[in-house]
Design a protein around this ligand. Structure first.
Ligand code: GDP
Ligand code: MG
Length: 467
């Protein structure tokens, strides 16, 4: 169900969480991913634009502290998505007899859904009966009968009676329904909402006086759900919506959000998305709770868990660690690797460029395309090199420069060239130089984006910074 959207959302939240800096290029690229995924899920373009604008605005809101920005962005993404998914409006079971009438076009899933919710409420202690008022097609009665028997549900159908209103009256007269607190009524559909269908559902509605008239729509109609619901609402008093086939389309986002839009428009009438159908089997139905639904899309328990996750990997820790190193005034060889690795793990050179403010500009034209691939090989070589070093050498890499025999020894042991080891040493020296110049800034304060940019520029100019 909406796997693709879910995948992109998870990726986006991870990218925000893992970012070192929320630089403009990164934010833009995350927003682009989001937009594409939401539009693919058939979410209205106006909603998508609105959501992107809000996220972008918060990312560059100078009033929000740098360190809180990621948390803020994730929360915003969560809240805005929740907002477009709509409010939680569960179907309420009344004390008196509940008459739930299902309406919808042909093939939208009425009969299947009637069974699913009959089973759902029977399992929750209700006395449930199914009534088949799709009187025109004998196959419809047969389908309801088979499903009801399979699931051991009480049902009332009549293969003779061809008038739905008469059939209902008959059931009432014979007091067949009085012992049930929940009656689920399956009705006939048409290919479209024509006069015949409107007349029929109005007549049935007048007779039954349903406590709920629920419009059933398949998720694959996407955004068109809004128009269809609107059209039905214009002729009958729809109290809620059930969206079926969420499992078999990528457009479910459109169906859900467009219903939420409608709900907002018709606020006072309290039309809610009650359930979503997620498969053909009787248990493939779930109450639609936007909060829980979104949590699953984002792949987390709830917002609190996610925020905690972000906090655990957010700048704060990294900066604290870095701060300590700065105070000690020295980075180790392992730090060098960590530094380069964390750059790599962010994926792709373009992204790395976007992480470091000013980089995308100053680096133009100077960086070979295959740099990242070489980089990975380089890292793995460096890791081998460090493993072959004695602890004395690790503590004090300058030893290698003083005694070249050490370099040759390591090169032989690890099968790398002397030049690979020298490259590592060079990177090590460069980073420490960077750290030293860093300490000219106030060591009490974390490194700001501006300072980082200054440094990056300085070192790029000198040709010292190599990523
Ligand atoms: P009706 O004409 O409105 O009564 O529609 P049906 O209940 O007969 O359903 C039409 C088709 O949609 C059937 O093949 C159902 O099995 C299928 N269907 C209904 N709900 C779902 C659902 O949530 N997921 C999937 N995959 N199929 C569904
Ligand atoms: Mg049917």
């Amino acid at each position: 169900m909406l796997e693709k959207l879910s995948e992109v959302l998870k990726k986006a939240t991870n990218r925000i969480a893992n970012a070192i800096f929320l630089d403009k290029n990164l934010v833009d690229s995350i927003i682009r991913d989001l937009q594409r995924a939401l539009i693919e899920a058939d979410v209205n373009i106006v909603l998508v634009k609105d959501l992107s604008d809000k996220i972008r605005k918060s990312a560059f809101d100078e009033r929000i502290k740098e360190i809180e920005k990621k948390e803020h962005m994730i929360k915003l993404l969560h809240d805005e998505l929740l907002n477009i998914l709509g409010e939680y409006k569960p179907l309420k079971i009344q004390k008196s007899q509940n008459r739930i009438m299902l309406l919808g076009l042909y093939g939208c899933g009425k009969t299947t859904t009637a069974n699913k919710i009959a089973n759902y409420y029977a399992k929750r202690g209700n006395k449930v009966a199914l009534v088949g008022l799709d009187v025109h097609r004998p196959a419809a009665n047969e389908q309801l009968k088979q499903l009801a028997e399979k699931n051991k549900l009480n049902y009332f159908i009549d293969f003779e009676e061809k008038n739905a209103v008469k059939l209902w009256k008959k059931l009432e007269q014979q007091k067949k329904l009085k012992d049930y607190n929940l009656i689920i009524i399956d009705t006939a559909g048409r290919h479209n909402l024509d006069k015949g269908l409107v007349k029929e559902i109005k007549e049935i509605g007048d007779e039954i006086k349903p406590t709920e008239s629920i419009l059933v729509m398949p998720a694959d109609i996407g955004q068109a759900a809004k128009k269809q619901a609107q059209e039905f609402k214009d002729v009958v008093n729809i109290s809620g919506v059930i969206i079926t086939r969420m499992d078999s389309t990528a457009k479910g986002g459109g169906a859900l959000t467009s219903c939420a839009e409608l709900i907002k428009l018709e606020n006072k009438k309290k039309v809610g998305v009650y359930f979503i159908g997620t498969g053909e089997k009787v248990n493939d139905i779930e109450e639609f709770n936007p909060e829980a639904f979104l949590s699953r899309l984002l792949g987390m328990g709830d917002l609190k868990t996610l925020i905690e996750k972000i906090k655990s990997i957010t700048d704060e820790k990294q900066q604290e660690k870095m701060q300590k190193k700065l105070e000690e005034g020295k980075l180790s060889l392992e730090d060098v690797i960590e530094q380069v690795k964390s750059m790599n793990s962010l994926g792709g050179f373009d992204k790395i460029k976007s992480m470091i403010p000013g980089f995308s500009e100053i680096g133009k034209g100077k960086i070979p395309e295959n740099l990242m691939e070489n980089q990975e090989q380089r890292i793995s070589k460096w890791e081998h090199i460090i493993k072959s070093m004695t602890s004395e050498e690790k503590e004090n890499p300058e030893l290698l420069e003083k005694e070249h025999s050490r370099i040759s020894r390591i090169a032989r042991g690890t099968g790398v060239n002397n030049s690979d080891i020298r490259a590592l040493l060079k990177q090590y020296k460069m980073l420490n130089e960077m750290v030293k110049s860093q300490t000219q800034f106030d060591p009490e304060k974390p490194i700001s984006q501006k300072q980082m940019m200054k440094l990056a520029k300085k070192f790029m100019k000198k040709g010292k910074l190599k990523f």
